[in-house]
Write a protein that binds this ligand. Structure first.
Ligand code: PHE
Length: 336
């Protein structure tokens, strides 16, 4: 009798089931009403007294190992059952990848180019005060050049405005650091202009500033030429005298685009030249305003509108497209 329990124990330990069906047969065979365990318990009475203890222990062991086996079989089949619900061969849901906005693509490219020659990115607030946007930049109250940038003021606080250029970030940066300074300030700017295909009341600028000992106009020209070569693959530039209150001398930069196609004629108005940015040597009065000694240091600054450059690079005809979030436009900048 004891021997047969030992055999049952081995059987239980070695049992494997292919599915729920076989597991159920196993359960009935051992745990059913007329199953092996009940049968053995019934035979307990017939066992001679001196064997009762050992017999009892063995049956209990068998009962326990049947229970453990059933438990482990159950958990196997239950988990695999939920997996079966999923069709593993079904293709995954296609993830709709977003695209980068063309303004960001070009901004990042410009940052990359200037980073490679040591410029870092500086950030500042879009809601500015008069000092950082105008006065410190050599544009005191009633200066006629303030009219060049139609400004949104906060009605109740005439000193607070939406920045009209990111030159304000340069003032903030110069106030807080010592030369050498080499920064780029990209960001949104606001001007109270009529919205048309060529101009908008919100647009993006990226401005650069370099302050150190003995920085010259030649450094400025060289830097801009490096930039146009990297961005457009065009190294022929010209500088026309211009006026900005915060730079002296000031210049407007044109890049020679060429006249190879009809579009070239159209966007350059038949001249082959395209205006891309304003620049100049930082006015000593600006350096004084931010406590940098103009006798020791000099520097250059430049600034450009990102939309204009995107429109050139991608031949886009209407600035309003950038702010409409039309998915048909955005999808064309998909990276895949
Ligand atoms: N801040 C000028 C603008 O918004 C651009 C500029 C920057 C010009 C730096 C010269 C030097 O028009």
């Amino acid at each position: 009798m004891i021997q047969s329990i030992e055999d049952y124990l081995k059987e239980v330990q070695n049992f494997v089931a292919q599915g729920k069906e076989e597991m159920e047969q196993f359960r009935i065979r051992f745990n059913g009403k007329k199953g092996i365990l009940n049968d053995l318990f019934a035979k307990f009475k017939e066992v001679p007294n001196e064997q009762k203890k050992e017999f009892g222990q063995k049956i209990n062991l068998l009962k326990q190992s049947v229970a453990e086996k059933l438990e482990s079989l159950k958990s196997t089949f239950e988990t695999s059952q939920t997996e079966v619900k999923e069709d593993l061969t079904r293709p995954g849901f296609p993830l709709d990848l977003g695209t980068r906005h063309p303004i960001n693509l070009v901004r990042n490219r410009i940052i990359e180019i200037f980073k490679s020659i040591g410029f870092a990115v500086a950030d500042g607030p879009e809601i500015e005060d008069d000092w950082h946007n105008f006065t410190a930049l050599n544009l005191p109250e009633y200066h006629p050049a303030r009219d060049m940038q139609d400004t949104f003021f906060i009605e109740t606080h005439p000193d607070i405005l939406l920045r009209t250029h990111t030159s304000s970030v340069q003032i903030r940066h110069m106030e807080q650091s010592e030369p050498p300074i080499r920064i780029l300030s990209p960001g949104r700017v606001f001007r109270n202009e009529a919205i048309s295909s060529r101009s908008h009341c919100i647009f993006h600028q990226i401005e650069g500033l370099y302050i150190d000992k003995a920085v010259s106009f030649a450094d400025l020209k060289q830097t801009i030429q490096f930039f146009t070569t990297e961005l457009f693959g065009k190294s022929k530039i010209r500088m026309r005298p211009s006026y900005f209150p915060f730079t002296e001398p000031s210049a407007e930069v044109d890049v020679y685009w060429g006249l190879n196609s009809e579009t070239d004629y159209r966007i350059t108005k038949g001249t082959g030249w395209l205006e891309i940015m304003g620049c100049g040597m930082v006015d000593p009065a600006v350096l004084t305003n931010v406590d940098i000694d103009p006798d020791q240091y000099s520097g250059y600054a430049f600034g450009m509108g990102i939309e204009r450059i995107v429109m050139l690079l991608y031949q886009m005809g209407d600035i309003r497209m950038f702010f409409e979030n039309d998915i048909r436009m955005l999808k064309q900048f998909s990276l895949v």
